[in-house]
Design a protein around this ligand. Structure first.
Ligand code: MCN
Length: 805
């Protein structure tokens, strides 16, 4: 009997390859030994007009094949002269702006692409870039949210107040509810910019085949179908003329869902123009200054509540730093504004945000995508209420929870997918009990006293969140059982390290009754699955997982139909175990999948033992057509999954920190996570995802920030200067417990898990540090020197920003 694989912590099949250095990333693609290499001239200024670009010197260099500026693009393909697409428009984004593949007459951040060179090798290409002469008229830059709000300088001349969008959602009359509330507090919070920083940067290789007028592109992307569509449109090709293949991707974390990056268009354009294979691989500095960032927001919160801490009115205004352009629309601030509510149900909620242009790198989703900021706002508010009322922080949260019998729960807002923010399932009180137990919440006062006796300062923090996962519109899957009996599975979304080859094989093995080792999964190859959306919003398990499950069901139906005919049995009497179909109770009457696959095609190939040759022959009942009207040859199944709305995972994190009385160093003593992503496909993978997320959360809370100076130069654009936590800074043995409240929205009852670990990072550390220090923590990340300064300021003028109504 085959054991069910869903729910089992099976080791990732991908890891053997990765750990032995056998991963094949875009830079490893050697499509032609004579590949040409591209380099990009990037703006050294945050804001400047291009007066003139002189490339004459460059064209004379031997080995340089091509130099392009904006002027060259339109004549090659008219759409290349237009700005890059605004991928997700929104009615409130009245002033959306996107860049050109190469800057037209103005640059709006340091790092913006200005000219493109292709040469025999990268060294030559870089040298050539260095010889391009640009005459600039430097303009005053707008750096940071405050400067954008002040609006005495403009990023885009035609965008008044630097306001790309102003948006509001509300569930009632917040002023009236606030006026009636017995208590009120106000908070001003600040969260800084950070970025994804995957190990592998962006990269593209392209080959044009003039014989068939076809383009083959390898890209390190989170959406191969999106890149394909963009290339087709911009280069004036049919979709069918473009194949995009995503080989191994060394991390994405959100930045690679943006498309097309200028290089994703320029490289294929150059490959076609030169009829040569062209490659571009981004370097680390380029990644810092020319990909994308996230997180930067300033928030003002006003909250009205009763004696128990129940939220009667929640009024939030925040200012979102959108960087120089808005290619990804308003997704990040929409998520902040809606997911801020977490597991709570305020009686009335209003949120207003302004999305502001600045002369800095664009802002697009980074793992968590706006939720870490929302969680920070809400959880700081919860802690402030508890402090004000002198209540335990868990009590204040508990009185505000949506209760298990209230699902589905409609928050009365519109989510990022344009659908109602309606939570499908959850059990927040049970999660709270689990997290208290896991971290030792009730025992903490005794621990604090024990540590205080040793002259040590400790604090405990808690943060809760809800995460909309598995957003639509759809994902698909194709399954093919080969004549060898091996099962080939293709889904169109891409993979960046989440273990999809393992989890999807688990689902197929379960449904088809085949051995796990016999299933091979391909992702992100438009040749195998041209219809797909991409990997973001923790959607692969829900979307592709469901599509694969449905496609496996279809394939199984076909297997059973053919086997029933061949074995002269009733389909209902058949079972498939380890790839062999047999009549239940009569194991002698059986047939393996390889044979059924051969039978599925009337045009059969067989290997003749006697002649040692392959033969081809047609068989079948002469009275019937070889392929029945309602059938098709082959043992394949294809299906799509398209849900009504997102499914809402949830979780709670708790941390105990110690702060050094002299150096203000912050040390993590214990970290605990309770997570609910519905039914788990693979608990080991989910825990790995949580570990990775927590590591990024620690980075975001304590180390990572984008240090821009006033002129818009990013001062820490390298791993020498941008502080990423090492393994030594990540808590050892993160305690994890799962709760499984299945989603009613998909056949497997799953919710996403990929971003969960990072969401409460800033909120939970702020809570714990504040608890340790008894100083309000209102800005994240926080470094030891900042904590040291806060201590000094607080000692001089002890203030809390809470004020009684
Ligand atoms: N899973 C599961 N059971 C569930 C839910 C998920 O076993 N109930 C498994 C999935 O099958 C998958 C993994 O957990 O193997 C994450 O699943 P899911 O939540 O569907 O997230 P995605 O696979 O769609 O991954 C996207 C998500 C996002 S949005 C970012 S950003 C992110 C992340 O995942 N970037 C990553 N995790 C990353 N992990 C790595 N190594 N690299 C990245 O770039």
């Amino acid at each position: 009997m085959t054991t069910k694989l869903m729910g089992q912590g099976i080791q990732r099949v991908e890891d053997q390859r990765f750990l032995r250095g056998k991963g094949r990333y875009v830079d490893d693609v050697h499509a032609d030994p004579a590949t040409l290499h591209a380099a990009v001239l990037r703006s050294p200024h945050a804001h400047a007009r291009i007066v003139d670009i002189d490339v004459a010197d460059v064209l004379e260099i031997e080995g340089v094949h091509l130099v392009w500026t904006y002027e060259d693009l339109g004549p090659l393909s008219a759409p290349m002269g237009e700005p890059l697409p605004l991928l997700i428009p929104h009615p409130d984004l009245t002033q959306g702006r996107t860049q050109y593949a190469l800057a037209k007459d103005e640059v709006n951040h340091v790092g913006e692409a200005v000219a493109f060179v292709v040469a025999e090798d990268r060294y030559l290409a870089e040298d050539a870039v260095g010889r391009i002469k640009v005459t600039w008229e430097v303009l005053p830059p707008v750096v940071g949210v405050e400067a954008a709000r002040a609006a005495d300088r403009l990023v885009h001349e035609d965008v008044p107040g630097n306001i790309g969008a102003r948006s509001e959602q509300k569930t009632g009359d917040v002023e009236a509810a606030m006026a009636k509330a017995p208590h009120r507090l106000e908070l001003d919070l600040d969260i800084e910019r950070s970025a994804c920083t995957p190990l592998e940067g962006r990269g593209t290789v392209a080959r044009w085949d003039p014989d068939v007028n076809r383009l083959q592109v390898w890209s390190s992307t989170q959406t191969s179908t999106g890149v394909r569509a963009a290339i087709a449109v911009k280069l004036g090709l049919d979709l069918g003329q473009v194949d995009v293949i995503t080989p191994d991707v060394g991390g994405g974390f959100g930045v690679k869902v943006v498309h097309p990056w200028p290089e994703e268009l320029l490289v294929p354009l150059a490959a076609r123009a030169l009829n040569r294979v062209v490659k571009y691989t981004e370097d680390r500095r380029e990644h810092f200054i020319s990909s994308s960032h996230e997180r930067g927001q300033i928030q003002h919160i006003e909250v009205g509540f009763d004696d128990d801490g129940r939220l009667l009115a929640l009024d939030v205004m925040f200012w979102h730093d959108h960087g120089a352009y808005t290619p990804y629309g308003l997704i990040v601030p929409i998520i902040t504004s809606t997911q801020l509510l977490g597991p709570y149900k305020p009686e009335v909620y209003r949120v207003v945000y302004e999305s502001l242009y600045t002369n800095t790198v664009i802002v697009t989703p980074y793992r968590g995508a706006g939720r870490p900021q929302g969680c920070f706002a809400m959880e700081r508010t919860m802690d402030a209420i508890a402090e004000y009322l002198g209540k335990d922080r868990t009590e204040v949260r508990a009185v505000n929870f949506i209760q298990p019998d209230e699902f589905p729960y409609d928050q009365g807002l519109i989510f990022q997918d344009g659908r109602e923010l309606e939570y499908d399932s959850g059990d927040y009180p049970a999660s709270l009990e689990k997290i208290k137990e896991l971290i030792g919440w009730d025992e903490f006062p005794a621990f604090r006293a024990e540590m205080a006796a040793q002259g040590r300062t400790v604090g405990i923090g808690l943060a809760c969140y809800v995460e909309g996962t598995g957003v639509g519109p759809y994902e698909g899957a194709h399954i093919n059982i080969e004549t060898t009996g091996k099962v080939k599975v293709a889904t169109g979304l891409t993979t960046q390290g989440q273990g999809h080859a393992t989890v999807f094989a688990q689902l197929v093995a379960d449904e088809l009754g085949v051995k796990f080792e016999d299933v091979e999964v391909v992702t992100g190859d438009t040749r195998r699955m041209p219809y797909a959306v991409g990997t973001f919003a923790s959607r692969a398990a829900v979307m592709s997982g469901s599509a694969i499950h449905l496609a496996a069901k279809r394939t199984k139906e076909k297997v059973l139909k053919i086997a029933a005919e061949a074995l002269e049995a009733d389909e209902a009497d058949l079972e498939i175990v380890d790839g062999v179909v047999s009549v239940k109770g009569s194991p002698g009457a059986s047939m393996d999948l390889a044979t059924i696959s051969v039978l599925s095609n009337p045009l059969r190939y067989a290997f003749d033992e006697a002649s040692k040759a392959a033969t081809q022959f047609s068989v079948g009942d002469p009275g019937k057509p070889p392929v029945a009207e309602d059938d098709e040859p082959g043992l394949e199944g294809k299906d799509f999954y398209s849900p009504e709305r997102a499914t809402y995972a949830s979780g709670m994190h708790a941390v105990i920190v110690e702060t050094d009385p002299d150096t203000a160093e912050i040390t993590i003593l214990k970290y605990a996570v309770v997570h609910d992503c519905g039914h788990l496909i693979n608990p080991m993978i989910v825990e790995g995802q949580i570990h990775g997320g927590v590591a990024q959360g620690v980075g975001g809370a304590l180390y990572e920030r984008m240090a821009y100076d006033e002129s818009g130069q990013l001062l820490n654009a390298s791993f020498m200067d941008f502080l990423m936590p090492f393994v030594t800074e990540i808590p050892d043995g993160i305690a994890i417990d799962h709760l499984e409240t299945p989603s009613p929205l998909n056949p497997l009852g799953i919710k996403g898990a990929g971003e969960a670990g990072v969401i409460p990072g800033s909120a939970v550390f702020a809570s714990a540090i504040e608890d340790a220090e008894r100083i309000p923590i209102t800005a994240m990340p926080i470094s030891p020197s900042e904590l040291f300064t806060l201590r000094a300021l607080h000692a001089e003028t002890p203030t809390t920003q809470e004020r009684p109504a």
